[in-house]
Design a protein around this ligand. Structure first.
Ligand code: MRU
Length: 363
């Protein structure tokens, strides 16, 4: 596929994607700064890899698939703008950018997966001239972006049958168009069920400390017209024990072949409560989120700054001066609390140590 063909494919996918939260802008990367939603819709643009890395670290761009896409575009940007006319100087700029971007968020597997793909292109003997290499690297980044939208749409098709008519579906954090290249993973499954005429209601947890549920999921659900209620994170026990929720579908930052999955802090608590009350618990993620090598405990859970807990988005302090806080951004849910993993290649069910590797082989 040529660069022009990838562009064409991407343009037609964008029509289904609802939003394009991060995109290529002629040698720059452009993104919707989601730290400002729902107050302000502000787009930002940069040609600097350091600025892009800062945007990922600050969660201006967030959600594992969106982080992967942004990083891939960041490598393409570094190669595109590299001074020096030799192939070697371009490769060096690309590899340096990959190192900077790699150090942004440790849990989101899509980041490492996307950077590995970009590095493979940079290190392949294929493209000879600097011009060819620039095109090939950009093509790979755009391909990663297009594949993510396609995966989300397919995940919607595979996952929608898991949501029965009349169901109340709980979701946590934000897994919609804003967290991906467009459309969404868990929220994409909910979107597909809704667009197919399923009578559903959504419960969105606010997702402290950074309120991705209250700010972003609520914003996306309103745009799509899906009926929903926002709840505090500590309402889930009440909801599950009073049959006010039928199932939960959440995203993932990293899924292991054992079926353990890392997702936004609070996911494990939700899974325990849903299991206790006989409700279904699902995760939806592209296969690019599946880490084929790590075993439980072998990857890093991101710890973020205490200020995110002692304030509301840095706008209002809610604890006495000097209060220390612990702020793990993710937790790990074990496979015994999980009913299925929805991917673009199909739905994996227990025993996951058999079904997940089978999905990976099927690629
Ligand atoms: O810290 P965030 O906002 O990047 O956390 C995001 C999540 O936990 C999502 O559920 C996950 O990345 C999947 S997004 C499709």
């Amino acid at each position: 596929m040529t660069l022009d063909e990838v562009w064409e494919r991407l343009e037609s996918l964008f029509e289904k994607a609802d939003l394009r939260p991060v995109e290529w802008a002629g040698g720059a990367v452009r993104w919707l700064d989601v730290t400002l939603l729902p107050w302000e819709e502000k787009w930002r643009e940069t040609r600097s890899v350091e600025r892009l890395a800062e945007a990922i670290r600050r969660l201006e761009i967030r959600g594992a698939p969106a982080i992967g896409v942004a990083a891939a575009l960041g490598v393409a940007m570094a190669v595109h703008n590299a001074g020096g006319a030799t192939r070697e100087s371009l490769v060096e700029a690309g590899l340096r950018a990959a190192e900077v971007l790699r150090a942004t968020r440790p849990t989101a597997y899509n980041l490492f997966w996307a950077l590995e793909r970009m590095k493979r292109v940079l290190q392949s003997p294929g493209p000879r001239s600097p011009g060819e290499l620039r095109d090939r690297v950009l093509e790979e980044a755009l391909r990663i972006q297009a594949e993510d939208i396609e995966a989300n749409i397919r995940m919607g098709e595979h996952g929608a049958p898991l949501i029965p008519d009349g169901a109340t579906v709980l979701t946590h954090c934000n897994t919609g168009a804003l967290a991906t290249a467009g459309y969404g993973t868990a929220l994409g499954v909910i979107r597909t069920a809704w667009r197919r005429g399923r009578d559903i209601r959504v419960i969105a947890t606010e997702t402290r400390p950074l309120l991705q549920g209250a700010r972003l999921t609520a914003w996306e659900l309103r745009r799509e017209g899906i009926p929903f209620k926002l709840v505090t994170d500590n309402s889930v026990g009440y909801l599950a024990s009073n049959d006010l929720v039928d199932l939960a579908i959440v995203g993932a930052d990293r899924i292991l072949t054992t079926g353990h999955f890392a997702n936004k802090i609070g996911t494990y608590m939700i899974a325990v409560l849903l299991k206790r009350h006989g409700k279904k618990m699902y995760t939806a993620a592209p296969t690019s989120t599946i880490d084929p090598r790590s075993r439980p405990g072998e990857f890093k859970i991101e710890l973020r700054s205490p200020e995110e807990v002692t304030s509301i988005m840095g706008r209002l302090t809610i604890a006495p001066p000097g209060t220390d806080a612990l702020n793990p951004a993710f937790d790990v849910t074990p496979p015994e609390l999980l009913d299925a993993v929805v991917t673009e290649r199909g739905v994996a069910r227990p025993p996951f140590e058999e079904s997940i590797p089978k999905l990976l082989e099927g690629g």
